[in-house]
Design a protein around this ligand. Structure first.
Ligand code: ZN
Length: 266
């Protein structure tokens, strides 16, 4: 069993006919438990449909910071999908790819709306923190969000430590094969907080020059094993144990936990 804690399976629709079916076949073949994140309402609806076709896919709802300006004036429309979704992602702030200050304000308001819900409903959040690591920490100090996955972290190690103290888990993706900075982050993450991801299909593109396929996760695992000087089996084992620990005792994730355990036994 492999764990892809951060993908966007709805993104395969844009790659032409057959692309999604091929991705799902690969997910089944390699037994990849996949958390399919949403960017907005339409992508969430699509992820729900996709999950209906594959039992290894967990669809989750979030408004990505790039789409926050579209939703900041219609937050009430987000209540029902937030309530329905067992995890909230992808949410966060982005001050790296987005430079417009008005958009930053919208991002912050949308993120606070999600943080309030996550605290009230005691849900795991999946965070995008690009260039806004300090601001995310400041917001976390105002809301009681107990469990979080920080996706593709690339910020300062000092803030990684502070996020770790707040209970964060961290996903590592394919950039670990290309960037010295991410390799340092791979070494800085405590073993009990490590997770794996692809950010498929779009995320890996700038590194592998084509959209990622689910089996890319094998390369991620191999690279992490190399950097941490351990075996691929050990990485797979620890990542699976970490996700189970993070999900432990959450009634909304009982089915997901069963799927992860059963796939392992098979
Ligand atoms: Zn993403």
């Amino acid at each position: 069993m492999l764990i892809d804690a951060h993908a966007h399976l709805n993104g395969y629709d844009l790659l032409g006919p057959g692309a999604l079916d091929a991705a799902l076949a690969e997910i089944e073949h390699h037994r990849i438990f996949t958390i399919s994140n949403s960017m907005d309402l339409p992508s969430y609806r699509r992820n729900l449909e996709i999950a209906g076709a594959c039992g290894l896919v967990l669809p989750v709802f979030g408004i990505h910071p790039w789409y926050a300006p579209d939703y900041v004036d219609r937050l009430s429309e987000l209540r029902a999908p937030i309530e329905q979704s067992p995890i909230l992602g992808e949410i966060g702030l982005d001050h790296h790819f987005v430079e417009d200050k008005a958009a930053h304000e919208a991002q912050e308001r949308v993120l606070e709306f999600f943080f309030k819900a996550a605290a009230e409903q005691d849900k795991i959040v999946i965070l995008h923190t690009k260039g806004a690591e300090r601001d995310i920490l400041a917001l976390l100090n105002r809301h009681h969000v107990r469990r979080m996955i920080v996706h593709w972290y690339s910020g300062p190690l000092k803030i990684l430590r502070e996020l770790e103290e707040r209970g964060a888990y961290f996903t590592i993706g394919i950039e670990a094969a290309y960037s010295r900075r991410v390799q340092d982050i791979v070494l800085a993450i405590p073993p009990d907080r490590l997770l794996t991801e692809t950010d498929n299909p779009g995320g890996p593109k700038e590194f592998i020059e084509q959209p990622g396929s689910p089996a890319l996760l094998r390369d991620v695992v191999r690279k992490i094993a190399e950097i941490r000087q351990t075996s691929e089996e050990a990485v797979l084992h620890v990542v699976r144990a970490n996700l189970l620990m993070l999900m432990r005792g959450d009634p909304r994730l009982a089915d997901a936990v069963r799927v992860i355990r059963a796939a392992h036994a098979a």
